[in-house]
Design a protein. Structure first.
Length: 138
């Protein structure tokens, strides 16, 4: 991964005979103050989630269970596809990155940890608008 706008973050993983434990600490592994946490699950086959960018929101995405693809477009390096499938590996996404989620496994749970409360006006919902806006940031 070679984008200044997103990167993988390895979470702590403690393993013993009882199983694995991973944790997330605000402003340590997560490079922002946490304001909201939500999760996506029971996604029907062939459905796409995301399909937007944010103007100000920072986000950490983790596949808590199962797996799914995430396609990112930072306006610099082009569209890149990654498969998230480990609960101890997340992907940090800065503002002004287009994201699409697809190919969810049946047991997939996508955990989203974000820097802002829900604000409809923070979303860029049309890819064409994103491409126009990103020129100002590049």
């Amino acid at each position: 991964m070679n984008s200044p706008k997103y990167k993988f973050i390895e979470l702590a993983k403690i393993t013993d005979g009882r199983g694995n434990l991973s944790f997330i600490e605000a402003e340590r592994q997560v490079p922002f103050k946490i304001k909201r946490v939500y999760f996506i699950y029971d996604v029907p086959q062939n459905q796409i989630r995301g399909n937007h960018a944010h103007k100000k929101l920072h986000q950490l995405i983790i596949a808590i269970s199962g797996s799914f693809n995430i396609i990112l477009d930072d306006g610099i390096t082009g569209r890149k596809k990654y498969r998230l499938s480990k609960p101890d590996i997340g992907i940090y996404i800065s503002p002004m990155v287009w994201r699409e989620f697809n190919n969810f496994s049946k047991d997939a749970v996508c955990l989203c940890i974000v820097s802002r409360f829900y604000e409809n006006n923070d979303y860029i919902r049309k890819y064409e608008d994103f491409k126009k806006m990103i020129k100002k940031y590049v």
